[in-house]
Design a protein around this ligand. Sequence first.
Ligand code: FAD
Length: 419
Amino acid sequence: MVSAFQLPVIPRLCFTASSMPGLSTTELDQLLSRISSFVRDEIYPLEQSFLRQPFRELLPALQSKRAQVKAAGMWTPHLPKEHGGLGLTLSEFAQVSEELGRTPLGHYLFNCQAPDIGNTEILITHGTASQKDLYLRPLIQGEIRSCFSMTEPEHPGSNPTWMSTTARTDGDDYVIDGHKWFTSSAEGASFAIVMAITNPDSTSSYGKASQIIVPIPTPGFEIVRNISVMGEEGSDYASHAEVRYTNCRVPRTNLLGEAGKGFQIAQERLGPGRIHHCMRWIGICERAFDLMCDYAAKRELAPGVLLGTKQNVQEWIAESRAEINSARLLVLDVASKIDQLGASASRSEISLIKFYVAGILQQVLDRAIQVHGALGLTDATLLSYWYRHERGARIYDGPDEVHKTVVAREALRRYGMKL
Ligand SMILES: Cc1cc2nc3c(=O)[nH]c(=O)nc-3n(C[C@H](O)[C@H](O)[C@H](O)COP(=O)(O)OP(=O)(O)OC[C@H]3O[C@@H](n4cnc5c(N)ncnc54)[C@H](O)[C@@H]3O)c2cc1C
């Protein structure tokens, strides 16, 4: 029998000793401090309008903030310098993502929001010169937005190889037919990257689908509706669409990478993408923690008796602090491993942080709301917005249960179990 103590373990907190090229500690501290000041001084004041207005009505104000971010040299911080970014390692960008995550507008204003961030990465790695010119360049400039169209209502998103959308070749074109939903940010996007079956005869279920760029509008691409999620339809960037592809014809040159490599390409973007999400959630947790402590330190339950004197509130504060700190260390550790060894070497650790941090996010938000009482359910703070919008964290990018299976199976294999 193998003792748990003999098992290979991931490097502990190796992000402190990263050998990757990147910023010095001082440079990173300065960058994080500048971003943090921008978030507090320039973005927090927009939040109440964000909560009360449709996204599209806020766009003029957001465009002028985006221009400020560009002028301050902080635009697209995740990208390599040759693409106009700051050339950060994943571990460094993770820390930026936390700062931006303290506000729902942070990632959008710095042009590193999902799904554009993932689509940008795909285009950099797999795009042809012409695709880069048509789609990547304006995406990086923030002139256009994009969406990623994989999940189908009729099939489980947790088993994405089982899909019905097809793209058949006809002369120089692909003709796409299918039905998707939860295509986030489709409204107002200039193109979709759609996952469709192009190689139905492949012997591998992972070798059947490809990623294809569909410019919007293209005849046959139809946004059926923005889906009402937790009572909100949203608009533009802040929306999730049901989409139909009916005889939707695009040139074969719109194929991204090789035919049949759609899942391989998707996998490449998922690892770093989950780091981005986890660190954004930690930013949300920190903001919720601030709100919880601030309220507990000021709210009187009776004259002179503060809410923060109650033992259960102190326990929530202590537990939240411990959970947020541990989550951050775990995520940065995995980010560092990806920096050094690549995402494919970290599959199980990525799954682990995905469900673990999503769970902490729900708990911290729930406690913060409870501390605020009825006020926590109003839009006076961001808590109720995040409570609604981030319930999905345990579902999108793979439900908790799937990620737990990945972690458990890897552990059990080390004990000789055949899975
Ligand atoms: C806010 C949000 C944004 C999204 N954005 C996008 C997007 O931009 N583009 C896109 O293509 N998709 C997007 N999605 C879809 C998302 O990827 C899927 O919802 C996700 O993959 C889960 O698929 P499903 O909803 O079909 O659930 P199913 O696959 O039908 O699963 C239902 C439930 O079954 C359980 N389950 C599933 N598999 C297992 C298993 N193996 N073991 C145990 N239990 C299991 C889980 O509890 C799961 O929640 C988004 C979803 C949300 C909520």
